[in-house]
Ligand binder design. Structure first.
Ligand code: GLN
Length: 497
C-alpha cells in the first residue's frame, strides 16, 4: 500500500478524483504521521481534526455524487497560525492571543475551503512573524526535520517543517522579510512570496502591512503553483490587492523551460559571510540553468546591501503601530483586571506579560524611529533606501528577466546559536528582504545539499511585479534537471524520522 503522506499534492488530488483513495483516508494518514513525528518536530500548535475530517468527508461525498473536483480537492494543508480561521485558535505564536478564536475566515482560508483543501491545523511560528528561526514562538521552537538540533528557519518554521517532515504536502506561509523563502531554503522545500498585492491580506494578522505577503509552501514546484493559483487574485476586502489576472503560474510550472530566459546573478549577494558550501551549490545551480539554455550574466544592485538596515526600521515602525491593537480589551489575554486597576494599568500589565522579548524590542525600535525629531533620520531615511532598492530592481529588469542569489547566506544553524545575537539572526534575511521592500515576486527552490554540512541549500529567484510565473519556469526547470541528474527529489535524502 502506498504511503499517502509521500505523494505530491497533484498526485494526491488525482487519486482522490479517480476514486482510488478517499479524502478521509488521506487526511487520516497525515494525522497518523503527525502523531508519529510531531513530538520531535513541533510543527503544529493546533490540530483541527474534526474540521479536517469533515472537509475530507464532503470531498468524498461530492465525488460520490459525481460533482467535479478542483485540482487540489481533498489535499491536506497546514496553515500558518497568523491567518484567521473561524472558531479555530489563532495565536500568532504569542501568549497575548491565547484563547482567541476569530469570528471570521481570512480570504485565503475562504479560498482554500472553496477549493476543497483540507486544513489539518495551525503551524508554529516566531511570535507575530518576527524572527528567522521559530525560536521566538511563545510555545517552544520547531525543529528542522533534517537535523532536529537545528532551526527550521522562521518565521514560518512550522509550515516549512510540516511539509519537509511529510506531515502535510502543502502549507501556507507569510513573508515580510523572508519568512516563506528562508524556511524553504533550510528545509529543502519550495517557498514562494508572490508579488505584493497578489494574494489577499484580509484576515492576516498584520506585522508590517506594506511588506507582508501570503504564499505557498510545497515539496514540488508544480504543487506550489497549484496552491498559488488557488489563493491568488483580487480581493475587494484588501485595499492593496491588485485587480489583474493571476500570472499563469501553473502553465509556467508545467512548461519548466528556461531556454532564452535572461538570468542575472546579483553581484552583491555573495562573498564575505556566505558559507562556501552554499556558494558552491548556488554556482552549480546557475551553471545548470546555463546548460538548460538560460543566458546568465552578472548584474549589480548596489543598494541591496542597505536593505537589511532599512527593513529593520520600516518593519518595526509598522509593527509598533499594528500591535497597538493588542490592548487587553479586544482579544485574548487580559492581566490584572480586578475591578480596581485602571484600563491603562490592565493594558500595560497585559502587554508586559503577553509579548515576548523580540516583539517588545521591535515595538520600542519602531516607536523610537517614528518619534518626532527622529522620524526623518530613521523612518524617512529608510523609505528613501527603499526607493533606491526598487530602482535597482527596475534597472536590473531592463537587462534580465529574473535575478538569482542564494536564498540564505548559510544553511540551518543550531537551535540557541543566534538567540542572544539579534544581528546575526537578522542576517539570515539579507538576500530575501530587497523583494519585500520593492514588492516584487520571489521564491526559494531546493538546489542540493551543502557539501560542508550535508544540509539543504536554496536558490533564490526574483522576478518583476506580477511576473510570478517566471519564478516557476526557473524552479520547475531546475527541479526536472536535478531529478534527472540525481534520480530523486531532494527530500528523499532527508533522514527518516
Ligand atoms: N526574519 C525577518 C524578521 O524577523 C522576516 C520575518 C518575516 O518575513 N515575517 O522580521
Amino acid at each position: 500500500m502506498t504511503d499517502l503522506t509521500k505523494l505530491t499534492a497533484a498526485e494526491t488530488a488525482r487519486l482522490i478524483r479517480d476514486g482510488e483513495v478517499s479524502a478521509v483516508d488521506v487526511a487520516q494518514a497525515h494525522f497518523d504521521r503527525i502523531a508519529k513525528v510531531d513530538d520531535r518536530i513541533h510543527a503544529f500548535l493546533h490540530l483541527d481534526t474534526e474540521g479536517a475530517l469533515g472537509a475530507a468527508r464532503r470531498v468524498d461525498e461530492k465525488r460520490a455524487a459525481g460533482e467535479e473536483l478542483g485540482p487540489l480537492a481533498g489535499v491536506p494543508l497546514a496553515l500558518k497560525d497568523v491567518l484567521a480561521m473561524k472558531d479555530v485558535p489563532t495565536t500568532c505564536g504569542s501568549k497575548i492571543l491565547e484563547g482567541w478564536r476569530p469570528p471570521y475566515d481570512a480570504t485565503v482560508v475562504q479560498r482554500l475551503r472553496d477549493a476543497d483543501l483540507v486544513i489539518l491545523g495551525k503551524t508554529n511560528m516566531d511570535e507575530f512573524a518576527m524572527g528567522s528561526s521559530t525560536e521566538n514562538s511563545a510555545y517552544g521552537p520547531t525543529r528542522n526535520p533534517w537535523d532536529t538540533d537545528r532551526i527550521p528557519g522562521g518565521s514560518g518554521g512550522g509550515s516549512a517543517a510540516s511539509v519537509a517532515a511529510y506531515q502535510a504536502p502543502l502549507a501556507i506561509g507569510t513573508d515580510t522579510g523572508g519568512s516563506i523563502r528562508q524556511p524553504a531554503a533550510v528545509t529543502g522545500t519550495v517557498g514562494v512570496k508572490p508579488t505584493y498585492g497578489g494574494v489577499s491580506r484580509y484576515g492576516l494578522v498584520a506585522f508590517s502591512s506594506s511588506l507582508d505577503q501570503v504564499g505557498p509552501c510545497a515539496r514540488t514546484v508544480l504543487d506550489a503553483a497549484l496552491l498559488h493559483s488557488v489563493i491568488a487574485g483580487h480581493d475587494p476586502f484588501d485595499s492593496t490587492s491588485i485587480d489583474q489576472p493571476v500570472p499563469p503560474v501553473v502553465e509556467a510550472a508545467r512548461a519548466a523551460d528556461v531556454r532564452g530566459l535572461r538570468v542575472g546573478v546579483v553581484k552583491e549577494l555573495g562573498g564575505e559571510g556566505f558559507q562556501p558550501g552554499v556558494e558552491q551549490r548556488f554556482n552549480e545551480a546557475v551553471a545548470l540553468l546555463t546548460e538548460l539554455g538560460a543566458e546568465v550574466v552578472e548584474v549589480s544592485c548596489p543598494h541591496f546591501v542597505y536593505g537589511l538596515p532599512a527593513y529593520y526600521l520600516i518593519a518595526p515602525s509598522e509593527c509598533s503601530s499594528n500591535l497597538a491593537r493588542f490592548d487587553a480589551m479586544r482579544y485574548g489575554l487580559r492581566v490584572g483586571d480586578d475591578g480596581i486597576r485602571s484600563a491603562e494599568e490592565v493594558m500595560s500589565l497585559t502587554r508586559e506579560a503577553g509579548f515576548g522579548a523580540e516583539v517588545k524590542r521591535r515595538i520600542m525600535i519602531g516607536a523610537y524611529a517614528l518619534s518626532s525629531g527622529y522620524y526623518e533620520a530613521y523612518y524617512g531615511q529608510a523609505q528613501k533606501v527603499r526607493t533606491l532598492i526598487t530602482r535597482d530592481f527596475a534597472r536590473a529588469f531592463e537587462q534580465v528577466d529574473v535575478l538569482v542569489s542564494p536564498t540564505t547566506p548559510t544553511t540551518a544553524f543550531r537551535i540557541g546559536e543566534r538567540v542572544d545575537d539579534p544581528l546575526a539572526m537578522y542576517k539570515a534575511d539579507l538576500c530575501t528582504i530587497p523583494s519585500n521592500l520593492a514588492g516584487n515576486a520571489s521564491a526559494s527552490f531546493p538546489c542540493g545539499l551543502s557539501p560542508d554540512d550535508g544540509l539543504p541549500v536554496g536558490l533564490h529567484v526574483m522576478a518583476p511585479v506580477m511576473a510570478d510565473d517566471r519564478l516557476y519556469r526557473v524552479g520547475a526547470a531546475l527541479e526536472a534537471a536535478s531529478v534527472q541528474r540525481w534520480g530523486h527529489p531532494l527530500l528523499e535524502e532527508a533522514p527518516e524520522l
